[in-house]
Design a protein around this ligand. Structure first.
Ligand SMILES: *Cc1c(COP(=O)(O)O)cnc(C)c1O
Length: 360
């Protein structure tokens, strides 16, 4: 029985990648802003209609560079419902994460609770568009303006999502993305930073390459660069993006039609102002017992959904002060992301739906 995981990395036809390998060998330029990195940045900028886009080593270094570039300090308001990198990037920069609970509909940070969490030490908000569902960007912008806070969006799930006519990566002072091989669009390992001014863009590029240009050393930067080999994978995959997304949409629609919604909730709502990328298929079950039962029933058939996201990040053991987030803590124990990738066969999706329905 074939093992079915929550996702499967897309691979382009090998010849397409090999054609780029020949170019790399010809140019003998492997990293440090080589021609393929420049070409990828150019093509993605056009695709996103973004003026200031930087390709970096991964989605985590993107968050760290974003925090550094915006010179955040003290406390950062953040979501407990995300991948751990959202929280650890704050801790890694020696800042204090302040968790604001999520709303139970779309599982994003509850913008109505943000103001109450602001103190004189707050310098920014770091929120995730979880599963590619947009946060309440209007409300968050309004609060940020009022209190003079910077906004970073962890848009790791949002490549290909448009909200109100523009890429979701174009919101906030900075949006970061991940191009890890498990994401909708990938460069094996990789990530990106979008911002909105030439000045900030130059700062990001400086921070990403050790903080120096030739013999001039400006700031204490880091190595956040990415290579020609990774850019080549991105250039191949970019050409397949629309078929990747439509393949995911097909699977998405089958689950939509077959699952028994009397006993399940779906956090993703595709509103008319949203162009979605079909990144994840999360379902929220009625309680932890049913969740465990369904996990077990699926695992028995060699099917492995994932608890995206568990644990709730405010409960990470290495955090010293516990901050309660009841909604996130509750939902993280009964959410499952179901297998979703472009070439997942209809009959497997039907089988997964049947197993779930019969255990609800
Ligand atoms: C994948 C992911 C990251 C980390 O990205 P990497 O490229 O693996 O470093 C950060 N935040 C979220 C929400 C993610 O899903």
């Amino acid at each position: 029985m074939e093992r079915i995981n929550v996702t499967k990395s897309f691979l382009p036809p090998k010849e397409e990648y090999q054609a780029y390998l020949s170019k790399i060998w010809e140019a003998s330029w492997l990293t440090n802003n080589g021609p393929l990195v420049v070409e990828l940045e150019d093509k993605i900028s056009k695709y996103l209609n973004s003026q200031y886009f930087s390709f970096v080593g991964n989605g985590t270094i993107a968050l760290q560079i974003a925090i550094k570039a915006l010179e955040l300090e003290g406390e950062i308001i953040t979501t407990p419902f995300s991948y751990c990198a959202t929280t650890t990037s704050i801790i890694w920069e020696n800042l204090e994460p302040v968790f604001v609970d999520i709303n139970p509909q779309d599982l994003n940070i509850n913008a109505d609770l943000i103001e109450a969490a602001i103190t004189e030490k707050t310098s920014g908000i770091l929120a995730t568009h979880v599963y590619g569902n947009p946060c309440d960007v209007e409300k968050i912008e309004e609060i940020a303006k009022k209190y003079n806070l910077k906004v970073i969006y962890d848009a790791a799930h949002a490549f290909g999502v448009e909200y109100k006519g523009k890429s979701l990566l174009e919101y906030g002072d900075i949006s970061t993305c991940s191009f890890h091989s498990t994401k909708v669009f990938h460069t094996v390992e990789g990530g990106s930073i979008n911002c909105h001014s030439e000045e900030l863009h130059e700062k990001v590029k400086l921070l990403r390459s050790f903080g120096h240009i030739l013999d001039n050393y400006y700031v204490a930067g880091i190595n956040g660069k990415n290579s020609e080999f990774h850019a080549a994978m991105g250039l191949c995959n970019l050409n397949h993006l629309s078929s990747i997304i439509s393949g995911r949409k097909r699977v998405f629609r089958i689950y939509d039609n077959l699952l028994n919604w009397d006993h399940l909730e779906k956090p993703t709502e595709i509103t008319p102002d949203l162009v979605y990328n079909f990144a994840y298929y999360p379902v929220v079950l009625e309680n932890t017992e049913i969740t465990a039962k369904i996990m077990e029933a699926l695992n028995k058939e060699n099917i492995y959904p994932r608890r995206y996201f568990y644990p709730s990040l405010n409960q990470l053991k290495y955090l010293t002060n516990y901050q309660s987030c009841p909604v996130s803590e509750d939902i993280s124990c009964r959410v499952l992301s179901l297998p979703l990738y472009p070439d997942l066969e209809d009959k497997i999706v039907e089988n997964i739906s049947e197993i779930i329905n019969s255990n609800l």
